[in-house]
Design a protein around this ligand. Structure first.
Ligand code: ATR
Length: 272
């Protein structure tokens, strides 16, 4: 059976084996999908070991996505823009291709939920790796504007500067946000500490779609806050997780699995 895995540290609570096993069942594919917790100082040695023992492809999560980017022999354009790789595939010719499916996962989840990206005014809060991974794929869907706001303004500027020829993307001081947005995406890790980034609540209109890349069994702190400001439609990042996995599966197996049933099962699991 073809062998796949997810690499990370820590990785014990990864949902990826569950998701990919359901995808394999759904599409009638025979695969093995393991979880590999690589020591922080020997990620690349562990990848060597995996690919030298019949590994066909893998997912990579924190904190190894940048190292996977260096490890890949070839990069897709979206991985290059993201500066990080979450999917490696060994081709039949023995070439290791690095891709990044995070942005595609977000776009797919937004579309599944009928959130318009085209002609939308979009705000991304945060300017770390999570934000960087989704900028290119969002711009490819033709929003009117993509504003990056971050606690550390310079990082927002650096991120916007990765798209020098695109006038739709700009950086904004987090305290200077104004107007309303069609879509606000929280990519910060503030919620992990029960915190909310300090953004002006007036930018939330009842029709503003709110997307928190974080997910949890209960409503996330950012989404709870957005609801208090009157946002009617809030989503968390569980659908993005399933979406990026579906895209990775398609890269490896040539078949795109459906996300909906897997997402429902995962949501149920999260609650139990
Ligand atoms: P990731 O790869 O998940 O994006 P990261 O690179 O560490 O992780 O980035 C975390 C992001 O969350 C950053 O944009 C960070 O802001 P700074 O660049 O100013 O550090 C943001 N962040 C984390 N905690 C935050 C908080 N309490 N309020 C606002 N932003 C926060």
């Amino acid at each position: 059976m073809d062998k796949y895995a997810v690499f990370g540290n820590p990785i014990k609570h990864s949902k990826s084996p569950f998701i990919h096993t359901l995808f394999a069942n759904q599409t009638g594919q025979q695969i093995i999908y393991d979880v590999i917790e690589a020591p922080l100082d020997s990620f690349k040695e562990n990848l060597d070991l995996f690919f030298n023992s019949q590994g066909k492809g893998c997912n990579i999560t924190a904190p190894f996505k940048e190292q996977a980017y260096e490890y890949a022999q070839q990069l897709t354009e979206r991985a290059r823009l993201a500066g990080a790789v979450n999917t490696l595939k060994l081709t039949d010719d023995g070439i290791l291709i690095g891709d990044n499916t995070d942005g595609a996962g977000l776009v797919q989840d937004l579309k599944n939920n009928h959130i318009a990206i085209e002609e939308a005014r979009i705000l991304i809060v945060g300017a770390g790796g999570a934000a960087r991974g989704v900028c290119g794929p969002l711009l490819a869907e033709n929003p009117t504007e993509l504003v990056i706001a971050n606690r550390t303004y310079e990082k927002a500027q650096q991120l916007a500067a990765l798209f020098p020829n695109d006038t739709r993307i700009s950086a904004c001081e987090i305290g200077q946000l104004s107007g309303t947005f069609n879509l606000i995406i929280n990519s910060t890790s503030a919620g992990l500490h029960g915190q909310i980034p300090a953004i002006n609540p007036d930018i939330i209109h009842p029709e503003t779609a709110i997307y928190d890349m974080m997910y949890s069994a209960q409503i996330t702190p950012f989404n709870a806050w957005a609801r208090e400001q009157g946002a009617r439609f809030v989503m968390d990042g569980l659908g993005m997780l399933v979406g990026q996995a579906a895209e990775s599966f398609a890269i490896w197996r040539g078949l795109k699995p459906g996300a909906k049933q897997v997402l429902n099962e995962l949501r149920q699991n999260l609650k139990n």
